[in-house]
Design a binder for this molecule. Structure first.
Ligand code: SF4
Ligand code: SF4
Length: 281
């Protein structure tokens, strides 16, 4: 199950695989009866989204820091050094840590890439990207599922529904918006190592981010209403949505957070200072 979105330019996709849309039908079958069962769970690069990490660490009842340390690898993008999190394969066998003879041990919480396979997806950068999504089939020798079903078994739309991708896609929208933000290319934003570490913590190390919000001066600096504080205290999805708002504010000065006013009027400090981005320092 190779990562299906990294390093695949639209041109390469168009050259090598026919474009598909939501109504395109394809023939594919998978399951324990296949002679290739589980082969796709070894030696693969599975990029994890923040929502993938949230689902997996909760399914495994692990603290996010523990999950990230045990089950993931972090790499940096070449150009902007943005952290990207991958599932860590078992070192000797190069197997996914969650595969057993009977199949995936985290199946109801498996990552987006595992749900989509053998479909890949690409979308252009910029506004309205979701409307311009295109899909394509990933065909690998190890996988014998292509053509193994009835002729044109299902449409892309039906596959996405069967794989219960909706909550993943919903959380992917603000994540992709952050990833493709034009502010990454603006040198004035001064995206230091410290800010990138904050980006990693807020998106992936959610339990630590929750402590950061509640145990530092964060809530003295930002005006967050009581209902939202309660929601982010109890609910990881709410916390992740809060993280998207905070990162858009602290990395790119989007007005998605409100600063508290000190007694006497003017805002506490300028929005772009290190103090605001990182209240612990
Ligand atoms: S998470 Fe599950 S489906 Fe995905 S590679 Fe691991 S064992 Fe396979
Ligand atoms: S059919 Fe493909 S996806 Fe299904 S188990 Fe075999 S290799 Fe994996």
């Amino acid at each position: 199950m190779p990562d299906q979105t990294l390093d695949l330019s639209e041109q390469a996709i168009l050259q090598n695989s026919p474009r598909m849309d939501l109504n395109t039908r394809f023939s594919f079958r998978c399951g324990p009866a296949m002679d290739c069962f589980n082969r796709c769970c070894s030696d693969v690069a599975i990029l994890l989204s923040p929502y993938d990490v949230l689902r997996l660490k909760n399914a495994l009842r692990m603290d996010s820091s523990e999950f990230l340390g045990k089950s993931t690898l972090t790499m940096r993008s070449q150009d902007r050094h943005i952290p990207a999190v991958f599932l860590r394969m078992n070192e000797e066998m190069r197997k996914c840590p969650f595969v057993a003879e009977s199949g995936c041990q985290v199946y109801p919480h498996r990552p987006w890439a595992c749900r989509m396979y053998p479909l890949g997806m690409a979308e252009p950068k910029g506004p309205n990207a979701a409307a311009q999504r295109l899909y394509f089939l990933v065909k690998e020798e190890i996988c014998h599922g292509h053509g193994a079903g009835k002729d044109k078994d299902q449409s892309v739309r039906e596959w996405i529904e069967q794989q219960r991708l909706d909550p993943y896609d919903e959380m992917q929208v603000p994540f992709l918006a952050l990833m493709s933000h034009p502010g990454w290319d603006n040198p004035e934003n001064n995206l230091t190592e410290q800010k990138l570490a904050m980006y990693y913590m807020a998106l992936y190390d959610l339990d630590r981010f929750r402590r950061f919000v509640s145990e530092t001066r964060f809530l003295e600096l930002f005006d967050v209403d009581e209902a939202r504080i309660e929601a982010i205290t109890e609910d990881d999805e709410e916390l992740l949505e809060f993280a998207f708002d905070w990162l858009a504010f602290s990395l790119f000065q989007e007005r998605r957070m409100k600063l508290r006013k000190p007694v006497g009027g003017a805002p506490a400090v300028a929005a772009t200072t290190r103090r605001i981005c990182c209240p612990t320092v």
